[in-house]
Write a protein that binds this ligand. Structure first.
Ligand code: ZN
Length: 314
């Protein structure tokens, strides 16, 4: 038996965002640059307020700040931006018990279709999982690919690939999520290898639906200590998911590694004490309990050492 959870409505298609009838009296949550890039004008929403200071790897303090500053009785919350903006918008809407409309502008996190919000508390990333975090409407409009930088596209693409390949191997996977995850990986891999990224939005949406109904695993668990040291999510996953796939003997190991190589990521280096990092990673049971293999502290330290030695790509 399995249950599939997804937004009440998913709208996909180029320019779908500017054809949707948005409710009035909304709070728009996004990152800086959203207004200057013309995103808000593109939506053609009326009668709204904007919070446009969501940082990357956002913290729970940002949620608290929004809740204390924007006290009006809004009809709904619109989250537009990368995974960070969507994660904050989801949590704020959840706290306010308001409908949420989520619009990704980078295509990798899959946050618009998942029941997960990742926020930092005391400098550490925590992932919150609840059905109340699901969007009422997710609008996936590949239009935003036009304005994304190469760096953002590369980081998002590898995140989407990490998510669907980890989730395929997850103990929580079922035939339906495996179907979505494999399809997503094939689409994303093809897009990256052929330098034709127009399918990234579609692949990322399928990846979100797949991993959102199973779970990511060791690669994501290992990545957060690197995020804590300032690496972007995708950049960290390029290395942590590669080593995790090797550890798990994943069928995706070689294919994933080839994509990381093709996208040409700079090596990453963890400066904190590796045993302390391993202890911290072990707390992340939401990811590790569903990893196909049991992982010891010793295994984690060895994997972190391999990443630090930069010998993943000899
Ligand atoms: Zn991710």
């Amino acid at each position: 038996m399995y249950t599939i959870r997804q937004p009440k409505k998913i709208i996909f298609g180029k320019n779908s965002c500017c054809q949707f009838s948005y409710p009035e009296n909304t709070l728009v949550i996004t990152s800086s640059g959203a207004i200057s890039r013309g995103w808000i004008d593109y939506l053609k929403i009326k009668n709204y307020e904007v919070f446009d200071s969501v940082e990357s790897n956002p913290s729970m303090n940002t949620v608290t700040k929004i809740l204390s500053k924007f006290t009006h009785n809004y009809s709904s919350i619109i989250g537009i931006g990368g995974g960070s903006s969507l994660d904050v918008a989801k949590y704020v809407a959840f706290k306010l018990k308001k409908p949420k409309i989520l619009i990704p502008t980078t295509f990798g996190s899959g946050s618009e279709v998942t029941r997960i919000s990742v926020l930092k508390i005391d400098g550490k990333k925590i992932s919150f999982h609840a059905d109340e975090l699901l969007a009422d409407v997710a609008i996936v409009d590949p239009f935003f690919l036009n304005s994304a930088s190469d760096k953002v596209i590369k980081n998002s693409a590898i995140d989407a690939c990490a998510q669907c390949s980890e989730a395929y191997d997850s103990k929580l996977a079922n035939t339906f999520t495996k179907f979505l995850c494999l399809k997503a990986f094939n689409i994303l891999e093809n897009a990256i290898l052929s330098n034709n990224l127009s399918n990234l939005a579609y692949g990322s949406m399928l990846s979100g639906l797949g991993f959102g109904n199973s779970s990511t695993t060791l690669g994501h668990a290992l990545s957060y200590v690197f995020s804590n040291e300032g690496y972007s999510h995708g950049h960290a996953l390029a290395f942590t998911t590669t080593i995790a796939h090797q550890f798990n003997n994943s069928q995706f190991y070689k294919r994933f590694k080839d994509l990381v190589f093709k996208l040409d990521f700079e090596p990453i280096q963890l400066t904190q004490n590796l045993s302390e990092a391993a202890n911290l990673i072990q707390f992340d049971r939401k990811h590790l309990d569903y990893n196909p293999k049991i992982v010891s502290n010793y295994d984690i330290v060895k994997m972190l050492q391999t990443i630090n030695s930069q010998k993943i790509f000899p």
